[in-house]
Design a protein around this ligand. Sequence first.
Ligand code: FAD
Length: 467
Amino acid sequence: MNALDSFVSDPRIRVRRDDKPSARPRCVVYWMQRSQRGRENPALNVAIDAANALGLPLAVHFGLHPRYPRANARHYAFLLDGIPEAARHVEARGAAFVFRPYPHHSLLRFCEEVAPALVVGDENPLREPESWRDGAARNLRVPFWTVDSDVIVPSCHFDREEYAARTLRPKIRKLLRRYLKPLGRPRCKAAFARSDRPRSAPFDARDLLTTLPLDRSAAPLRRVRGGRAAGLRTLRRFTTSALPRYHEDRNRPDLPGTSRLSAYLHFGQLGPHEVALAVRRARAPREARRAFLEELIVRRELAVNFVARNPRYDRVECGEPWALRTLTRHARDPRERIYSEKALEAGATSDRLWNAAQLEMVATGRMHGYLRMYWAKRLLDWTPTPADAYRVAVELNDRHELDGRDPNGYAGIAWAICGKHDRPWPPERPVLGFIRPMTASGAARKFDVDEYVASVGRAAAREGART
Ligand code: FAD
């Protein structure tokens, strides 16, 4: 493996299995999972460089598993929008893109077929994908590396759970010059002989969406397109229109003040490097660019650190000790009213602003960031225990948000409900104790609630939902 020795000192690379390569390797495999793009992808770059160092062709394997935890038809439709373009970009770099849907999605079986010298994967700190990477490391018979390609600063630099943005920010700042640079675009030097080239399954998104055994609890959206081209259009629109006022408008749900990039980042159709560099280059005031990069880099990578280092990230027990103490002390306080999960999902509460936010999420697959905080906190008033509030928040967020099932979601819910990355907010209040409160009257001072509610009605009508 001498040809590969120089790679493993790269902090972005984690050697999960340090094995001997097979006796007669035929290729290198990149197991594309989280970073669903053929450009601006550090994991793909490592796989191409390694294949070139070994003088082998590269096969990029994309196995479509229909029961990805908590994913439903809405998420799969967005994901499938991005596959043809990822395939084109991978092929343009000289590698073979091999799409294998269920029931032929197994990486191990694919590796038996193509006899790789090395398997390269990407990273995902969530529990289930991490367990799949562990399984691959146990069961593959060749070296297996993963590349931390969806963060700017590799998460290995932060080996403990960070307490707050203020503890992570200075560490990130020190490392940013080293990691926030344009990525290269290497090309494969060797290609498969025609007879050796692994076969890709035919791709028909509509057919896959109807025939795969998917969870159908949230339907695909009609007006939102996934994929890299759609993501880049969204990025361009943002940098030329809303970015200059981002620092002032991002907490105004009544205005189109934020980027709407989270789903493209969640599915890895865009990478954080290209977004950060585009914003750095954009013509916008320094405060605006700085405020955006704080969210994209510090807050987003704080969320990755939280999920990677706190195994209870999707349960209330992940909360800060002071927050769990205060919530326990108020566990028996009478709640404003208990709603069933069904009533909450239908947005049938007494709170007009909350109902509009819930409708926005169900009908359009996104909720404005400011309202996500309010939305999650209100669940403490309407569910029997903080554990129930947390569980319902995770269920609804992950089911309906296009960007759901993401470290940002768990960190956001933990912040809102159990004090993660926050501090106590005296005076002590019923139910919340010292958890930071947010109220509808506070929201009304910040933005035009009537305009927001009306805009959700219009957006839901365009999507064809009942309002
Ligand atoms: P912009 O304001 O344009 O921000 C740019 C990017 O920075 C975002 O796309 C996102 O990747 C990142 N970012 C922004 N705000 C945060 C934040 N607070 N924490 C971490 N990263 C951030 N984000 C998700 O991606 N998926 C979720 O499921 C999710 N659920 C949330 C639930 C709750 C209760 C809360 C409080 C927040 C949640 N967030 C979630 C974080 C944040 O609200 C969204 O990332 C943001 O609203 C997405 O809209 P945007 O792309 O227009 O953001």
